[in-house]
Design a protein. Structure first.
Length: 258
C-alpha cells in the first residue's frame, strides 16, 4: 500500500542513517521527500537515488543548530512543494560526555541539535499546517537513553529527555488541530553515525557490529530500514488517532531485571 501517497515529507538529518532510511521508505510509500543535512555530497546522492526510482525529492542544506537556517529550509520546501504534510526529526548528535567532563560548549551543542533544532522545525511546520487548516503528522526520533542512559551520555540524555517532554506537550497543544505528534525511543542501531561513534569514542574495530549483535537478545543491532517502515506507519493515516506517544523501539525491556 502507498501509505503516504501524494504527501510531502520533510526529514531533518535525512542524508544518512535513520533519516536516510526514512526518506527512502517515505518515497517508496508515495511521498514527495525533502531531506536536510549539513553535507551536500550524501544529500545530493540520496536525492539522485530517489529521483532515479521515480520519486520527487529535494535536498536542502541545513544545520539544525542554526534556527535561521531551519526556518529558511522549511521555507525552501514550502516554495518547492507548496506545503509540508509530515515532519521527521532525525538529526542528532551523539558525542560523549559525563556530568563531570561535559563542557558548556558540548552541552550547548547537544541542546542545539537534539532539542532546539526539532523545536523550531516543529514550530515552522505546525505554523504552515495551521495556516492551511490542514491535518499533519510529526515523528521525533528520540532514544531509549532519554529515560536514563549511560553515564557517558549526560548531555545527550538531557536533550533527548527534553525532546520527549516536548513531543507530549506539542501533541497535547495541537490535538484539536488534527496534528498528531509521536516519538520513537530507538535503542542501539546500526548506522554510519554509530559506526563513527564507536570508532571515535570506544576504540571499535571492523568486527564491532558482529560482537555487539551477539550481546543482544535478537542477535543483531536495530536496523534503520525496519525503524523507517514503522515511522512511515506513524506518519500515515493507518496509525489512526495515536498522538503524544513515546514508543520504545528496542529489544531490551526497560525496567525489566534478571
Amino acid at each position: 500500500m502507498s501509505l503516504l501517497q501524494d504527501k510531502v515529507v520533510l526529514v531533518s538529518g535525512g542524508t544518512q542513517g535513520v533519516g536516510a532510511a526514512v526518506a527512502r521508505a517515505a518515497a517508496g510509500a508515495g511521498a514527495a521527500v525533502a531531506v536536510t543535512g549539513r553535507r551536500p555530497e550524501p544529500g545530493n546522492a540520496l536525492v539522485d537515488e530517489l529521483r532515479g526510482a521515480g520519486a520527487r525529492a529535494l535536498y536542502v542544506p541545513c544545520d539544525v543548530a542554526d534556527v535561521a537556517a531551519v526556518r529558511a529550509a522549511v521555507g525552501t520546501v514550502l516554495a518547492e512543494y507548496g506545503r509540508v504534510d509530515s515532519l521527521v526529526n532525525a538529526a542528532g548528535l551523539t558525542s560523549r560526555g559525563t556530568l563531570l567532563d561535559t563542557t558548556p560548549e558540548l552541552f550547548d551543542d547537544h541542546i542545539a541539535i537534539n532539542l532546539r533544532g526539532p523545536f523550531f522545525l516543529m514550530q515552522a511546520v505546525v505554523a504552515d499546517l495551521l495556516a492551511r487548516k490542514a491535518p499533519g503528522t510529526i515523528v521525533n526520533i528520540i532514544s531509549t537513553s532519554e529515560l536514563g542512559g549511560q553515564p557517558y551520555l549526560a548531555p545527550y540524555v538531557a536533550a533527548k529527555a527534553g525532546l520527549a517532554g516536548l513531543t507530549r506537550n506539542v501533541a497535547h497543544a495541537h490535538r484539536w488541530d488534527r496534528i498528531r505528534i509521536n516519538g520513537l525511543d530507538i535503542g542501539w542501531t546500526d548506522t554510519e553515525g554509530e559506526d563513527a561513534t564507536q570508532r571515535a569514542f570506544h576504540g571499535a574495530d571492523d568486527g564491532w557490529r558482529e560482537r555487539a549483535g551477539k550481546s543482544l537478545p535478537m542477535g543483531k543491532l536495530g536496523q534503520a530500514d525496519e525503524i523507517a517502515e514503522f515511522v512511515v506507519f506513524l506518519l500515515s493515516d493507518r496509525s489512526g488517532v495515536v498522538t503524544g506517544s513515546i514508543l520504545d523501539w528496542d529489544q531490551n525491556v526497560l525496567g525489566g531485571l534478571d
